[in-house]
Design a protein around this ligand. Sequence first.
Ligand code: ZN
Length: 298
Amino acid sequence: MIYHCPKKSCDSSTKLKTVIKDGVYLRKCDSRKIQRFKCKICGKRFSRSTHTLEYRQKKRRINYMLYKLICSGNSMRRCSRILGVNYKTVARKVDYLAEKSRRRQEKLLTELQKSKVERMQFDDLITLEHTKMKPLSVSLAVDKDRRIILGAEVSRIPAFGHLAKKSVKKYGYRENHHVRGLNRLFFKIQKTISKDALIESDEHKTYSALVNQYFHTSEYKRYKGGRGCVAGQGELKRQVYDPLFTLNHTCAMMRDSINRLIRKTWCTTKKVSRLQNHIDIFISFYNHDYLNIDLTPI
Ligand SMILES: [Zn+2]
């Protein structure tokens, strides 16, 4: 491992032998010895943990446990009770875990550019922000063959059905950001999809224009949605053969594992960014810890 001087104007590093070891210190929160360094040019002192995401964290011991708990149907408040830490600590750690998971997912997507996705499925999952009159849409894309979640983007949508009028009266006009969310999702995963891939979705009206824009060389198939059965909370379908099974099964797992997505629950999303963070953490958990995917060629 090469360590660089933290000063921007200084380009010394351990490789050039202008950064030298400068003793160790015992980090109390996880009982580890941490190597310190000193720059011989500018005299700046730093340590092995200076450039990490965990820099200045005080409760590193709970990070991994929290990562598993938050992806196993526990709310943030319940996690803080189980781990015996303050709710605010959990809230900050969720931000950190989300950032870490996003970096991990980015790495996976660059690896996927080499072994491209041949069959992709995508759809939307409806949830809410505080009340049913403020619905949210989660656009989700999966690899049909390997089951990898490629990405998920949360976007605000206006209330629909019998709540539409009531919602406008109570909370005012709500903009529809669904197309923006889909754009963000497709832009991120565009390079991982093979040129002659098969893309599958249901018959939502906004899909075909965007698919043509991003994946015009691919084959695009649309299927009619079926009725949901109770066990999958609407995602698993009653019909005998479900062409979008991989996607619907992933959605059902997501609803089961992320507490705030469960239908008819006490636990709801209060902030859109928090839901996005929670989903990002789940994607990392699902791809790496649950599926345990290995993309290295045999
Ligand atoms: Zn320096």
